[in-house]
Design a protein around this ligand. Sequence first.
Ligand code: NAP
Ligand code: FE
Length: 386
Amino acid sequence: MLKFGFYLPTRVHFGPGAVQQVGKITRLYGKRAFVVTGRSSAKKLGFLQIIEKKLKEEKIEPFFFQEVEPNPSIDTIEKGVELFNKQRCDVIIGLGGGSPLDAAKVIGVLIKNPPPLSYYFGKNKLKNNPPPFIALPTTSGTGSEVTPYAVVTDTQEKHHPKKIIADARIFPEEALLDPTLTLSLSPTLTSDTGIDALSHAVESFLSKRSFPLSETFALEAVRIIGKYLPRAISHPRDIETRSYLMYASLLAGISIAQTGATLLHAMGYPLTSSFNISHGRANAILFPWFWEYSFPGNPEKFFKIITTLMEEAKEHQAKRAKESALLLKEFLQTCGSLQNMDIKVPEEDLYRFAGEIVENKQRLAVSPKELSFEEVLTIYKKALLI
Ligand code: NAP
Ligand code: FE
């Protein structure tokens, strides 16, 4: 029985030069813009200056908040809220990777909803709409510009610091996707963020909440990443390649916005929080093992993904768990996602992580296979200790 809901309230403007529209678009929403960015790249690369010029042309006053660190903390969010209120801003612009975009979303949450922020962790907890939000991604990875999710780090929490707010009220009003803003990404940032997008597409496609329309978006993202991510590593300044990767990240974001992520993301979060491994890299490290152990849950879908990702995949390999996991590993290696893996992880931490993963029954239930504690632990061990 075909039955689904599809919601995407964000207006998307895509293409080289899209950033030039920021003034005209912001004008639709306000006159005092709070511009949230990371600590250095936006300024260093001249993106801030473009935004400032375009806003001023439209007589909009910009206020820059350039303090967002990777995996943004609640302290940073609170500072942003204070400054937004002090300057009496009326619209938020997020410029950067997933970290500044998510921070901007969460600043918006606290401007219109009373603290503490912890009230809003989880699903659909907001009472009021945040101020209007315009997202300009500078990485091709998180898809945050079209998702109702924001991830923040609660530094007070030792064991589960990564907190997710999932609420349709935090979809951006507008997303300006300009691939020229991604030409400066290093090979490591390109592959880590590209694999984040790939994991969104794969997890969405495999999710038990997927449906034909979300699968169409997800599979197209897989195909494009298969073709263009290796090319972006070898030709980092090729605008066509960067455009397709940004497009794939958008498609993957749209699909994950409908279905949510599954086990791979859940398993990656503690690696980021505890060992400072970037979000995309954490997913990449676990990916082949997640693949092999989850494969029996839906062999047809795994077959479809690997043959879409890698044209050269042979049918007999793609039909087997271990062999298709090796194909995926090969792809990750081509993209440089498994390089420089000198990570020291205490074994007892992996037991704790695995225990926490299997406690989250909801996440397991939508994953392609409901893995046991032993299976989850084995994935962690194989990915990190062997
Ligand atoms: P990021 O943490 O936003 O940025 C990583 C690094 O890339 C930073 O050092 C940043 O520098 C730099 N950078 C960004 N754009 C650049 C560019 N164009 N050229 C050169 N350097 C650039 O990375 P991300 O992977 O995009 O985001 C990860 C965060 O998003 C995590 O917190 C993750 O949990 C979250 N996430 C959210 C969603 C969602 O749906 N909301 C989905 C997946 C992941 P600066 O700091 O100087 O800017
Ligand atoms: Fe992600």
